[in-house]
Design a protein around this ligand. Sequence first.
Ligand code: TRP
Length: 435
Amino acid sequence: MPTSARVLTGINTTGSPHLGNYVGAIRPALRASQKENVQSFYFLADYHSLIKCQAPERVHRSTLEIAACWLAAGLNPEHVTFYRQSDIAEIPQLCWLLTCVAGKGQLNRAHAYKAAQDKNAAAGRELDDGVTAGLFMYPVLMAADILMFSADQVPVGRDQVQHIEMCRDMAASFNHLYGNGRELLHLPEALVDEQVALLPGLDGRKMSKSYDNTITLFGARELMRRQIMSIVTDSRAPGEPKQTEGSAIFDIYRAFAEPEETAAFAREFEQGIAWSEAKEKLFARIDAEIAPMRERYAELMAHPQQMEDILQAGAEKARAVAAPLLHELRSAVGLRAMSAPLAAAADESAAERAAAPVFKQYREKDGLFYFRLATAQGQTLLQSKAFAQPREAGQAIARLKKEGAAALAPLAAQLEPAPDEAALHAALQALLDAE
Ligand code: TRP
């Protein structure tokens, strides 16, 4: 039997899902979880929600609603491991271990953090104004979510790909420092589905909360109907042929219907169906899929204890995976029982060497020679300017190794300004000490 891939996804617990989320994220995730040979882990990312939302009642209510939403949409907790992040105490513990290997410079470059800074800059405020350490650390917590379960694949939107790359970097650093050649933490792949339907909203733009053009998912049936009846159309009268292209009504219909139904709907457009009738048909088609789920949703919301039981059972399954791995990781970093055998001190200097910064010499496309000094985490501490000959680069490196920071001033003309003087000095000192 082929070994199964482990797929893991975090579900944001803020806001209430609309039809666009259902078609773009929920439905494809549920379909993927039904495949053979996948082991799915789906969790409510409620620790993450504290970054965005500091209203306790809203945090609680959203978590409840989102859990009900996924269960009502068909998530089968027997088949997938469905849990709440905050029930797994191992996750924040791993988060700390990763915090201690994550490069701060790398976190500085995270899109979400940079966007917050850009906004402040544009408003003429202090760059870190109102930025919490939680927002800054978001990628580390997300890495812990993923690495705690040795996920192979992480289905995410485009905007999250950078976070997966950071996760891989943290795992690689950790393995390099502590693994002794073993892959203690498994490097995941991002899975970006280019096929997922982007649903247009009421005004024809992408359906999104920020455009205020959404159609409710499990809100009242009458509300869904009213919203559908308000979709913007052109002014063609009943009887006039209508274009399917660019019609939000047609595009949304297609996201729910079988190909034959969609073809029949296109013929009705040609034959001049009235917009009001097209909207009624669209509502009926969506409602056929959603109505049973809406009922289940209401049922779950009326019985929150049922959901609590489901999540507790899920947490137990999740912890059975997380606890043994965390135990191993704690031991790997040296958090051990007092009675554990003491290893020879030689192991430690090996790890220190592994963590030492390294010089890298390379040739660029311009045909010239360069070097840089980088940390084990890949962060550049020092970048050279171009040398015509590799020997010249080699000599500069030799001098830095021999003299340390004292060589910086005489070599200044051949070096770019260092991004972080203090880190550079510390690294050069460490190289001197290791000689
Ligand atoms: N950051 C993800 C999002 O905004 C949610 C998330 C949290 C997540 N932890 C995760 C997704 C781990 C995948 C894996 O969509």
